[in-house]
Design a protein around this ligand. Structure first.
Ligand SMILES: Cc1cc2nc3c(=O)[nH]c(=O)nc-3n(C[C@H](O)[C@H](O)[C@H](O)COP(=O)(O)OP(=O)(O)OC[C@H]3O[C@@H](n4cnc5c(N)ncnc54)[C@H](O)[C@@H]3O)c2cc1C
Length: 381
């Protein structure tokens, strides 16, 4: 067993860290306050290959491994969770759905511009009445010759307004319930397809979260991704990998919050000594260090398993659960260690505190992760 990163993975970390420090760190607060999707930054992320990390070069991807992908998301989130979230949703959800289930024409048409960063990707499963129970999708796609007429609305879609291509899920055969749901790729500007409300959120404010509305939206059957009726089953497979991205996101934010607290504890003096010399503060730092390390290895292990073609349903749910809850706990402790200053916008702790909470909700809540894990350990499907 070898826990060392390869030379290439070390280089990936350094490259992503340098990028995050130079191109993201100076603008974190401004982007958070503006609450707008930073399209120009995503152009630069595309130039770095971060918007097509694990897709082969023939589709304009960077051809890196899933472990490299986890490292990149971790490094971006260490500086700004919003950017990590956007990059994760773009790669793991939209682009990966098209790569995994799309045919060659669809890969050429959508995946290549996505991997270059010319297109921003969205993946729209959640509906106002179908969240954790996404099998309860109501958006309807009715066949009309070679076309489908789609009506319905989606909610909480990352890049729902900005996205150039959006993967949506709609019921093509209501009699088959979950097995009657199909996936389609829709391009921005398609008549009848438009964004709705853009959410005003607690955190992850530079990541755009929007409603997606479809009214008599006419799609050619060539826009269907994968086989008819297999959209929901395919979505679950995509989420297995997506959860790994959210695990890396939580890990990165936890690392950032931990580093903030560690540096502050060494420098801040009270009662004539650095607060790091108080055992109560040391205990918090020790718990943070253990939590971050445990999350890192669960995340890297599930990334390695996916890279090696193993099933990651259990491993990615475990990594996502642990890293998400670590992010929330670690950000909470960081604010505590910074005291009153932790509660202000002069330090990054409060932002990690707001951003981290998303990880226990998006791509399956912590309760749903426990449900997936329990089913697996009890021997269910
Ligand atoms: C910032 C952000 C970005 C997002 N991006 C996307 C995206 O790009 N694409 C997309 O499709 N979706 C996206 N989502 C949606 C996200 O995946 C859902 O919010 C999430 O799956 C939970 O669904 P819900 O919000 O409807 O909550 P609900 O399902 O209504 O859950 C409410 C509560 O009930 C609990 N609960 C529900 N069912 C069970 C159960 N069986 N057992 C125990 N507890 C249960 C939940 O854990 C939670 O605590 C995003 C959400 C946010 C906030």
């Amino acid at each position: 067993m070898n826990f060392d990163l390869t030379d290439d993975q070390i280089l990936t970390r350094q490259t992503a860290r340098d990028f995050a420090e130079k191109e993201i760190r100076p603008f974190v607060r401004k982007m958070d306050e503006a609450g707008k999707f930073p399209r120009d930054l995503f152009r630069k992320l595309g130039e770095m290959g971060f918007l097509g990390v694990f897709f082969p070069p023939e589709y304009d991807g960077a051809g890196l491994s899933i472990v490299d992908y986890a490292i990149i998301i971790e490094e971006l989130a260490r500086v700004d969770g919003s950017i990590g979230l956007g990059v994760a949703a773009h790669n793991s959800l939209c682009a990966n759905h098209i790569f995994t289930f799309g045919d060659e024409d669809q890969r050429q048409k959508y995946l290549r511009p996505l991997a270059r960063g010319d297109f921003i990707g969205a993946w729209s499963l959640t509906e106002p009445t179908a969240g954790s129970d996404a099998g309860g999708t109501r958006t309807r796609a009715v066949k009309d010759g070679d076309h489908f007429i789609v009506n319905g609305s989606k909610t909480f879609t990352t890049h729902g307004a900005t996205g150039d291509v959006c993967v949506i899920f709609a019921v093509t055969d209501p009699s088959k319930e979950k097995h009657g749901i199909s996936a389609f790729a829709i391009e921005k500007g398609t008549p009848g397809f438009k964004p709705g409300k853009i959410e005003d959120k607690l955190g992850m404010r530079a990541s755009e979260t929007a409603e997606v509305l479809m009214q008599d939206c006419r799609l050619h059957r060539s826009q269907m991704l994968g086989r008819e009726g297999e959209g929901f089953v395919n979505a679950l497979q995509i989420l297995d990998g997506g959860r790994l991205g959210i695990a890396a996101l939580g890990l990165g934010m936890a690392q950032g919050a931990y580093e903030t607290a560690l540096a502050y504890a060494k420098q801040r003096e009270q009662f004539g000594v650095p607060i790091a010399s108080f055992q109560a503060v040391q205990n918090m730092l020790a718990d943070m260090a253990v939590d971050v390390e445990a999350s890192r290895w669960l995340t890297y292990r599930s990334a390695w398993m996916k890279q090696n073609g193993l099933s990651v349903t259990l491993a990615s749910a475990m990594a996502k659960l642990r890293a998400s809850e670590t992010a929330v706990r670690t950000a909470d402790r960081a604010v505590q260690i910074l005291g009153g200053y932790g509660y202000t916008k002069d330090f990054p702790a409060e932002k990690f505190y707001r951003d981290a909470k998303l990880c226990t909700i998006g791509e399956g809540t912590s309760e749903i992760q426990r449900l997936v894990i329990a089913r697996q350990v009890l021997g269910g499907s």
